[in-house]
Design a protein around this ligand. Structure first.
Ligand code: ZN
Length: 597
């Protein structure tokens, strides 16, 4: 058994102190390290950079020398039967990935805070979470998916248990005076924790999220956890989530939660997106936390772990996150098609799909998808968005070829039984082989082309079978992905921007667009067009008054230099996607089949 104790020693300086203790063999060397990345977020983050004041002692409190081997690894030699290592962790990152502490709340991922003892990583771990000494924090409680020791009540500070180091770091911990509600699905208690002030209707949220949980449990056939924690960091703005085996850490705006003043029919887009995020991370409890690419069994958290399969783990999960909202009746079919159209538009509007396959995007996630530069919209394809379209294609194909006997649900259940339950890593061929079996024919060639080629995916044929037409549309406004019918002229710039006190700061430029041809680049501040001062509303009004191909002078700052160029306004390309029901009978059949399975 390895013991960790964590103390919020100085909330105002954002410092946790950790005391690590383990029984040692005198004379033996031990290696201590922190991960360089954490599962679910595929980027090297070098968590050890936040460790300070690290010291080691033996059982007699005598100092033991620590030798630093690299950016995240130390070694020591035990002097007697006990080693203690005391260190501090600077915790001031409000993201879901690391650790945070201030006078309002605390949060930590074990991957940022608990040093692994390499030689003892399979031993069980005991974590003692100590309360803050500050009496104004008397109301603080604990929320975590870690197993509580016998004497520890739910929400209490005290002793928690993990099977081994991997288990310890898969259970992030929130502490604070938080709001919490719970609901039960299939005998599993689910907690909804909000770590900051909010105004939301948590009863409605619990009722809605429980439907999604029931859907996913039904899909896989069982819940592989005894309890589950949705821990949400609420901020002014923010969006994101990170999956764990029996919990998820979410980040959202305070106002994304359902408004208690609104009736059910008025579900805001932000609330839909939040529900979809809950659905996404909960689906991951099976798909990626337990069904994993073989490269992640076991995880090597010391350096990049390359896999071509993120399209399956993020793409299929992204498909089901919105699809389950429709299937559980939280949104109607029209709303579902609108969400699907946005996903398709995100893939279709840029040239990334023509330059990078989805398997290459998965493989290079570490340096490309997770470190997107100004060229991302032109050179990267999202394994989330295109992965979701491939999942849709796969679902429709399996349904059609098996005469509606099977679907992507069946494929996921097979994966769960053969790979998830047994902790066996998947290969890409496992997905293809199961799909072939369910289809009753070999669909490998098309499947592999969708995965490995730099071609646009076309799902219009599959959708047409169900009375849904894929339509190519223009963009309605300059700075939005909202689409409009192709019949009339809609001015197009090919750049997205954010309004600032002075002008518009460009944050995206599509290649070969009017903006690119004028030489505008990301981070330029556009201040005038045709010698008219530009704001978010005036640029739209100006463009709406001009005929196609009008040439205009534009002025912009690049860094602190004022530059000018000529901008030619064009008609919007047909780069937006919409899905329209054109045969109600066919679509109704599809809806009935989806609901039945
Ligand atoms: Zn995900």
């Amino acid at each position: 058994m390895i013991q960790y104790q964590i103390f919020p020693i100085n909330p105002n300086s954002h410092l946790f102190e950790v005391l690590l203790s383990f029984k040692s063999t005198p004379g033996q060397s031990y290696t201590l390290s922190l991960p360089a990345w954490l599962p679910g977020s595929y980027m090297i983050r070098d968590f050890a950079k936040n460790i300070t004041q690290i010291h080691a002692f033996d059982g007699q409190e005598q100092a033991i020398a620590l030798t630093k081997l690299d950016k995240q690894t130390w070694s020591l030699q035990a002097q007697d039967g006990q080693v203690q290592v005391r260190y501090q962790v600077f915790a001031f990152d409000l993201s879901v990935r690391t650790a945070y502490l201030d006078s309002q709340r605390g949060f930590f991922n074990g991957s940022s805070t608990f040093l692994q003892v390499t030689e003892l990583s399979e031993l069980s771990c005991e974590l003692i979470i100590q309360p803050s000494a500050n009496t104004t924090h008397n109301q603080w409680r604990v929320a975590t998916g870690l197993t509580r020791a016998k004497e520890t009540e739910k929400f209490q500070f005290g002793r928690y248990i993990a099977d081994n180091y991997q288990h310890l770091i898969d259970c992030p911990v929130a502490i604070g005076d938080f709001d919490c509600t719970e609901f039960t699905v299939e005998g599993v208690v689910h907690h909804l924790v909000f770590t900051s002030k909010h105004y939301g209707d948590t009863q409605r949220l619990a009722a809605d999220v429980s439907k999604l949980c029931q859907h996913h449990i039904n899909l896989f056939g069982e819940a592989p956890f005894k309890e589950y924690w949705f821990i949400t960091h609420l901020q002014a703005q923010g969006f994101g989530g990170l999956e764990h085996k029996n919990s998820t850490i979410l980040q959202a705006s305070r106002f994304d939660l359902p408004n208690p003043q609104q009736i059910h029919a008025d579900m805001s887009d932000n609330y839909k997106t939040f529900l979809s995020l809950c659905s996404h991370e909960y689906f991951h409890a099976w798909n990626v936390c337990r069904i994993k690419p073989k490269e992640f069994v076991p995880y090597n958290l010391q350096k990049e772990s390359y896999t071509k399969q993120l399209w399956a783990f993020e793409g299929i999960t992204s498909y089901y996150d919105d699809f389950s909202l429709y299937r559980t009746g939280l949104i109607d079919f029209e709303a579902y098609l609108a969400i699907l159209a946005k996903t398709a538009t995100r893939v279709f509007r840029g040239a990334g799909e023509l330059k990078q396959s989805i398997t290459a995007s998965s493989f290079d996630a570490w340096t490309k998808f997770y470190q997107q530069g100004p060229d991302a919209v032109n050179n990267i394809v999202s394994y989330y968005a295109k992965g979701a379209l491939i999942a849709l294609w796969l679902d429709l194909t399996i349904r059609s070829k098996s005469n509606h006997q099977y679907s992507l649900d069946t494929l996921m259940r097979e994966l769960w039984i053969h790979f998830g339950r047994t902790n066996t890593g998947t290969t890409e061929d496992d997905f293809i082989n199961i799909a072939n079996l369910l289809c009753g024919e070999d669909i490998s060639t098309t499947f592999k082309r969708h995965l490995d080629s730099n071609e646009r995916i076309d799902i219009s044929k599959e959708l047409a079978e169900y009375g849904v037409e894929l339509q190519k549309k223009k963009f309605k406004k300059l700075n939005s992905l909202e689409t409009t019918p192709a019949t009339c002229y809609h001015a197009y710039l090919g750049a997205h921007y954010k309004a600032q006190t002075l002008g518009l700061v460009i944050n995206q430029v599509l290649e070969n667009s009017p903006a690119a041809n004028a030489g505008l680049a990301v981070n330029d501040t556009l201040i005038a067009i045709d010698n008219i001062k530009i704001t978010e509303s005036t640029i739209q009004a100006l463009f709406d008054h001009l005929s196609v191909n009008t040439e205009l002078t534009c002025h912009f700052f690049r860094d602190d230099q004022l530059l000018s160029s000529t901008l030619q306004v064009t008609d919007s390309p047909l780069a937006g996607i919409a899905f329209k029901v054109v045969d109600n009978n066919l679509t109704k059949q599809w809806q009935e089949i989806i609901a039945a399975k």
